[in-house]
Ligand binder design. Structure first.
Ligand SMILES: Nc1ncnc2c1ncn2[C@@H]1O[C@H](COP(=O)(O)OP(=O)(O)OP(=O)(O)O)[C@@H](O)[C@H]1O
Length: 224
């Protein structure tokens, strides 16, 4: 069964500046929605509002028509990888699956990943920045949630690991994924649909040339 998340009428201001002006975002399971936009345009803000941890002037988040006021509190609904590191640093990698909502099957999959199994007995504080980010991405992707929000998943990862993460994200077709990252080439590579947050409005990108028209990319970046 395909599930659909709709975040409707997102309005958010900081002080006198209206950052998000009536944005409408959808994501179905099986989709990977790439959210692009310039620095400071409000991508992280939008993801936190959809997750439910940041208050907004207005936003209705519905999944399959049911309204959720605090989506993050609903069981198996939505998981969020924040921009900064979030796992407790004193814990061992193998113990994380006991703390986060991960099913037994998914815990086994998480631990059987070759990169994870190599470091499973180490504490988070003993990992490199890239290893820590990889662990966090894998943990969130292996949650039981129907929808996954990923804020800068490729940050700190080297090219080979980025490729692996792209393959893992693509394989999670039972979930709906919304991701944002400054590494736009990887966002374009992994996404099945692209949205651009531009001057407070969310634009559906049909033709990648539009990313130049909205001045997100320099002219002639997209060939053809
Ligand atoms: N707690 C806050 N108080 C005031 N302004 C804030 C707060 N949090 C974020 N902002 C402002 O909201 C704007 C959007 O921030 P946000 O982090 O959502 O942007 P972003 O598109 O994710 O940026 P980046 O691509 O640089 O990560 C920024 O101008 C930021 O200064």
């Amino acid at each position: 069964m395909v599930h659909q998340l709709v975040a409707d009428g997102i309005v958010k201001s900081w002080d006198l500046r209206q950052l998000l002006t009536d944005c409408y975002m959808t994501c179905s399971t099986g989709e990977i929605v790439g959210l692009l936009g310039r620095n400071g345009c409000g991508k992280s803000t939008m993801l936190q509002i959809v997750f439910g941890t940041l208050e907004s002037e207005q936003c209705r988040v519905k999944v399959d028509g049911q309204l959720y006021r605090k989506p993050y509190k609903a069981r198996d609904l939505i998981a969020y990888l924040p921009q900064g590191n979030f796992v407790p640093r004193h814990l061992k990698v193998a113990d994380l699956v006991k703390l986060f909502p991960v099913s037994a099957v998914n815990a086994a999959k998480f631990l059987s990943n070759p990169r994870i199994s190599q470091i499973q007995d180490l504490r988070i504080s003993e990992l490199s920045g890239g290893q820590e980010r990889f662990v966090e991405i894998m943990l969130i992707l292996h949650s039981s949630a129907k929808f996954i929000l990923l804020d800068e998943p490729f940050n700190a990862l080297d090219p080979i690991i980025k490729e692996e993460v792209i393959a893992i994200i693509r394989s999670h077709t039972h979930q709906g994924i919304i991701l944002t990252d400054h590494d736009y080439t990887n966002v374009l590579a992994v996404s099945t649909r692209i949205m651009l947050l531009n001057e407070g409005a969310l634009k559906q990108i049909q033709d990648l040339k539009e990313l130049e028209w909205y001045k997100y990319l320099p002219e002639n970046t997209i060939l053809g």
